[in-house]
Design a protein around this ligand. Structure first.
Ligand code: PLP
Length: 431
């Protein structure tokens, strides 16, 4: 084995949920005929209408003269021009913005858009361009203002010590067994040591949606220090529109609005979209030129068709959103029926994304042990402690939560929640 650099050591480790996934894959492989209900998946369900949309866009591309130009050529690092123009038009019209795509006379200062190979790469570029050590040797932090948040942020920084996360405030509705995380503004610090801020909205794993006011408060704090705020909108409107509560995407000088087409049925084509100030976009674009050149042009060409026709936004609100919202309702109703009323269990308010987040307060075993107990009864969900990247210090809450994917079928969700309730009762009674 070659000796690894500091970055090599950091990047060759499996972080967060990827480490658990290895255990899950092995469990499923060695199950010897045992049936599992797998509620760990982050892969979106293949919905027939969504698949048809992408099939139609592909057929249209294949029939067009553009095909050769698209797949047989390299393109610009900023992205494929028709996709950039489609996003500009859609967003200007939808949100009354005046962003521009390619720039008048190709002036870089007019470019508000960057297309990346998936949005994960965007967080990697951002975390390392704005966070980490400066040329003067000062450490600039990558701040996650509300923990828990997306496990993938755990691996994005080449300097792991740069990543810091803040504990939330908890709003608990004891009677209804519901709770909600709020950013704790009495703790959150955005200072001259902050390189950038990142959070997901709607949030993976919790389904939380920060309010418009909370977002603008964070952006204003960051603006005072000229700090970019990357708002991970992988589940946000207009596509995939996996918000079950009102929310308005926020734009502004230091906000980089980051989107993904993965949850709108195109995870394999790797399409991420950043909208922001041209100076910030330019930095990320150069990073991309060095790292990856550009995203798949085939994916970008079919995406431009899906956006221009209006079908992507329409399928998002009419098919994708109701599909997951219904699953969440089934899950919540089953837990309400099956879980003991006298136990302090709380489901996070389901405001979006494709997961439910369950907190069993005072759980006598760790989340990892609870995950093992669930496996025994044929249910797989993800232990919650993997979703607190950057959060230092002990906090029992980290070992009391579970992420449950809404990608299983309705009947699988019902059965799995019944089993989960039984396991909870048995674990508590052994106490
Ligand atoms: N951000 C969030 C909140 C996610 O849940 C995911 C994927 O699950 C990503 C980013 C990465 O998505 P992609 O790189 O496919 O755009």
């Amino acid at each position: 084995n070659p000796a690894l650099s500091q970055f090599g050591t950091q990047m060759s480790q499996l972080t967060g949920v990827r480490a658990i996934m290895k255990d899950i894959i092995e469990t499923l492989k060695n199950s010897a005929g045992k049936e599992f209900i797998n509620l760990s998946a982050g892969n979106p369900v293949i919905l027939p209408e969504v698949e048809q949309l992408w099939r139609d866009c592909t057929a249209d591309l294949l029939a067009s003269k553009e095909y050769g130009e698209v797949v047989c050529r390299y393109g610009s690092s900023q992205g494929y021009a028709p996709l950039i123009e489609a996003v500009v038009q859609d967003f200007n019209q939808r949100y009354g913005l005046s962003i521009s795509g390619l720039g008048k006379a190709k002036a870089l200062r007019d470019r508000n858009i960057l297309i990346t190979p998936g949005s994960q790469s965007l967080y990697f570029y951002g975390a390392n361009a704005f966070g980490g050590y400066t040329t003067d040797g000062d450490l600039r932090q990558v701040v996650l203002p509300l923990s828990p948040d997306y496990t993938g942020y755990g691996g994005v920084s080449l300097t792991p010590e740069a990543l810091i996360a803040y504990k939330p405030k908890l709003e608990i509705n004891q009677k209804n067994h519901r709770f909600k995380y709020r950013p704790d503004f009495s703790q959150l610090e955005i200072t001259e040591q902050t390189g950038c801020v990142i959070f997901s909205r709607p949030c993976n794993p919790t389904g939380n949606v920060l309010t418009d006011e909370e977002v603008s408060k964070i952006a204003t704090l960051a603006k005072k220090q000229d700090v970019p705020v990357l708002i991970d909108s992988a589940y946000a409107p207009p596509f995939p529109a996996l918000n079950f509560t009102e929310m308005n995407p926020q734009f502004g000088d230091n906000i980089i609005h980051c989107m993904s087409l993965s949850k709108a049925g195109l995870p394999g084509e790797r399409i991420g979209i950043a909208i922001g100030d041209p100076n910030l976009i330019q930095i990320l674009e150069s990073f991309q030129t060095n790292a990856a050149i550009h995203s798949s042009r085939y994916g970008q060409a079919i995406a431009s068709r899906a956006i221009n026709s209006g079908r992507l936004a329409e399928i998002s609100t009419e098919i994708i959103r109701p599909h997951y919202q219904h699953k969440l309702e089934v899950l919540a109703a089953t837990l309400d029926k099956e879980m003991p009323n006298d136990l302090p269990w709380y489901l996070h308010q389901g405001e979006g994304a494709i997961f439910a987040w369950l907190w069993i307060k005072d759980l006598p075993i760790s989340d990892w042990e609870f995950y093992q107990e669930l496996k025994e009864v044929g249910v797989i969900a993800v232990p919650g402690s993997t979703f607190f990247p950057g959060l230092k210090g002990a906090w029992k809450h980290k070992q009391e939560c579970l992420r449950i994917s809404l990608t299983a079928t309705e009947s699988e969700i019902v059965t799995a929640m019944q089993k989960l309730a039984q396991v909870t009762k048995s674990v508590i009674s052994k106490q």
